[in-house]
Design a protein around this ligand. Structure first.
Ligand code: BDP
Length: 715
């Protein structure tokens, strides 16, 4: 360092300029100093602190407690290892805490109980769990309670996850490209692994443990067999070692043709004994590297990926072969239901159901069928996938997409908690006794400690300093974890928690911001695909509108296939007079959705092709209604911008400005969506806009002429 540099560094130290910038890196682990009155309460309640026990997970809990409380209390907090004195906070397993004669709460293998008690004139705040991971989860819950500005006095909290497997799915390639990634490169620096362990791996694990995520599938579902070679297994094992103390298991995607590509076999036929033996040996090898390896995630016979059907076998044959290989080690196979065959001409929305329902009961117990929330593909709104009520003897799990491939990438603010809540709570089935079962109810776990089998979220995480490409996209990662832990949790509570910890717990900030978040996904639906429209995005990268596209290789890649607009009307007829996809739902839904008069507006054009003059419940014609929705979407974004501008006093300048800029992009693009779609529908329908609406500033040809060959996320 030369002299002026040294001087500058010294100056920066003195003036505090080296203090970390508010760039979003800390996520929900932003342990800022609590307001003075709260700190007084906290200090009096917990004058000494200990985390009892010895394992690596306990060490992580102790470290987190020290870091968290030092920040919140604004002093150096030491966390002891023995029962503390005075008013104290103590965390540990029930075994470690046996001296306290606690009544053990029903916390299960991963849950925790936080409670306060009086002992010999002192107040003890106790975090107790059956397991070390429960202690870590309890530690995070305790810190989050403080970050949300709550008092410690009277704290009572019992929580255990409903869902057994709570996983992120990274669509990350080995060259660090992230498919549908809008937040930089893959976090996994394969080239430097296993020798260099980026500290971000630990922070990734902390952030996930803080929201209860307990598994991560490292690699893209469009898989590369290379990751199953020893060279890469060693690297994956190094990541697994970092994640283990945080309760996170590693999973890998298995390319079905791996026996040919890296095994030198001539076939990957799942009924071939050599192939089966190859997978068994390969799996044993993986478990040598990663003793607690979680299992495989597989995309087979979908969008050109290899699979059992290449050998005239079915999905059960393929999944069971892998399931048998991991079963002796306690592993699972998550076999994706996102399939649509290359030569299939019928309604794509029906295909997964048709392929999987006939196989009901044929999958091994350790196979979970991973179903996307909707029957098409992560659209801004879809009805839930009919598979969720289609099978009885197959374990189903949910796949949500956290990364916003179809909801504006990283720059549009769309809080997805509401979308996932809508799916999880959707009535899916009715029992003989007339009881209504929700989608969540259909993902039954066969492990008695849990009620729900598994939930996966396609991650929105990358090397961007803020991890998710934007601050508000962090909320989606957060919400995924919280809803996976408890699918009955309401999206608004989750939004509130997140906003309090990410910014400030002040009500003057939280009330408007949470309201903005709660309406944000619906705004996107309005300006992209209102009233049940879907897949109008430009093809390939899916950036921006492309409702006119109708010339791609196969019909169901074209937006025009999904909206079917012509001079007469618009919408995809999936009723009994059309593709009859409606028949895949339970009778009570089938009945409701088969008739446009009883179909909710949100799903109207998903299930019906209707005249532009169709009269809506609002009194407007369908055409007027479509225009009204597109316009409303833009207006909602304008309102979001106003709300955010008013929040400047509560948010640091750096994050406030970035969010404001992104909202400006969102408004510009919402307008683009509105104008392009309306210009196109005006042309197709031969109609003008109703009075009072601005005519799109350009004709359709202009919108068609816009190309974005390098838009992110598409290879
Ligand atoms: C689609 C994505 C594609 C994925 C595919 C999948 O466009 O990149 O590979 O889903 O889920 O939404 O397999």
């Amino acid at each position: 360092m030369n002299y002026p540099m040294a001087l500058l560094a010294a100056l920066m130290l003195l003036t505090g300029l080296t203090a970390k910038a508010e760039d979003g890196y800390d996520l929900w682990l932003r342990y800022e100093q609590a307001p003075v009155e709260l700190r007084a309460d906290y200090n009096s309640q917990i004058s000494s602190i200990a985390v009892l026990g010895q394992g690596a997970t306990i060490a992580a809990a102790r470290q987190e407690m020290a870091t968290g409380l030092s920040g919140i209390l604004d002093r150096t907090v030491t966390v002891g290892t023995a029962m503390p004195r005075g008013n104290a906070l103590v965390a540990g397993t029930y075994d470690e805490l046996s001296g306290l004669d606690l009544e053990s709460a029903d916390v299960g293998p991963e849950g925790y109980a936080i409670t306060q008690m009086r002992r010999n004139g002192r107040v003890l705040t106790v975090i107790a769990a059956e397991s070390e991971i429960g202690v870590l989860y309890g530690t995070f819950a305790f810190l989050q309670h403080l970050l949300q500005g709550e008092p410690i006095a009277g704290m009572e909290l019992v929580s255990r996850p409903a869902t057994e497997h709570r996983l992120l799915n990274h669509w990350d390639n080995l060259d660090r490209y992230v498919e549908r990634g809008y937040a930089g490169q893959s976090l996994w620096d394969w080239h430097k692994l296993p020798d260099y362990l980026d500290p971000r791996y630990t922070d990734y694990a902390r952030a996930n443990a803080a929201i209860g995520v307990n598994g991560t599938s490292l690699t893209n579902v469009n898989a590369n067999a290379e990751v199953l070679t020893p060279q890469y297994l060693e690297k994956a094992a190094a990541l697994a070692d970092v994640f283990r103390p945080y309760g996170i298991k590693v999973y890998l995607t298995a390319r079905f043709s791996a026996p040919i590509e890296i095994g030198g076999l001539e076939t990957a036929d799942p009924l071939d004994e050599e192939v089966q033996a190859w997978w068994q040996t390969k799996t044993d090898e993986i478990y040598n590297y990663i003793p607690d390896f979680g299992g495989f995630l597989v995309k087979a016979n979908s969008e050109g990926q290899p699979g059992p059907q290449d050998y005239d076998r079915n999905h059960a044959d393929g999944a069971n072969m892998l399931a048998d290989a991991v079963a002796p080690h306690g592993g699972i196979v998550m076999w994706r239901a996102f399939v649509y065959a290359a030569d299939e001409t019928q309604d794509r929305a029906k295909q997964a159901w048709e392929e999987f329902v006939p196989l009901d009961g044929e999958f091994r117990d350790n196979v979970l069928i991973q179903v996307k929330n909707g029957p098409i593909d992560f659209q801004p709104r879809e009805p839930f996938s009919p598979l969720f009520a289609g099978v009885e003897d197959t374990t189903l799990m949910m796949e949500f997409q956290i990364t916003k491939e179809y909801l504006g990438f990283a720059t549009h603010l769309a809080y997805l908690g509401t979308m996932w809540e809508e799916t999880l709570d959707a009535p899916a089935e009715r029992t003989g006794e007339g009881e209504t079962l929700t989608v969540t109810d259909m993902m039954v776990s066969d492990n008695d400690d849990y009620t729900v089998s598994a939930m996966a979220g396609v991650a929105n995480i990358g090397t961007d300093r803020n991890w998710s490409g934007s601050i508000f996209d962090q909320a989606n990662w957060y919400a995924f974890g919280r809803l996976a832990w408890d699918p009955e949790q309401d999206a608004e509570t989750v939004a509130r928690e997140w906003a309090a910890m990410t910014f400030t717990p002040e009500a003057e900030f939280l009330d408007p911001v949470v309201e903005m978040m709660m309406g944000s996904r619906e705004a996107v639906v309005d300006y992209m695909t209102p009233l049940g429209l879907h897949h109008l995005m430009a093809t390939g990268h899916h950036y921006g509108p492309g409702p006119w596209v109708d010339d791609l290789g196969r019909p169901d890649w074209n937006p025009a296939y999904y909206h079917k607009a012509d001079e007469e009307g618009i919408g995809f007829d999936r009723s009994s007079t059309g593709s009859d996809a409606v028949s895949q739902y339970a009778p009570f839904l089938r009945e409701q959705w088969d008739d446009p008069a009883t179909t909710p507006d949100e799903l109207l054009l998903w299930f019906h092709h209707l005249s532009w003059d169709y009269e809506m419940g609002s009194g407007r014609t369908l055409w007027e209604e479509i225009v009204f929705y597109y316009e409303r979407g833009v207006q909602k974004v304008e309102a979001m911008r106003t709300t955010w501008d008013e929040m400047a006093p509560y948010v640091d300048a750096e994050r406030h400005a970035q969010i404001a800029d992104f909202l400006a992009i969102q408004e510009k693009e919402a307008r683009w969506w509105r104008n392009a779609c309306l210009a196109y529908f005006m042309e197709v329908s031969g109609r003008d806009l109703p009075d009072g609406y601005d005519v799109p500033p350009h004709d359709v040809d202009y919108y068609k002429s816009r190309h974005f060959p390098s838009a992110p996320g598409n290879g």
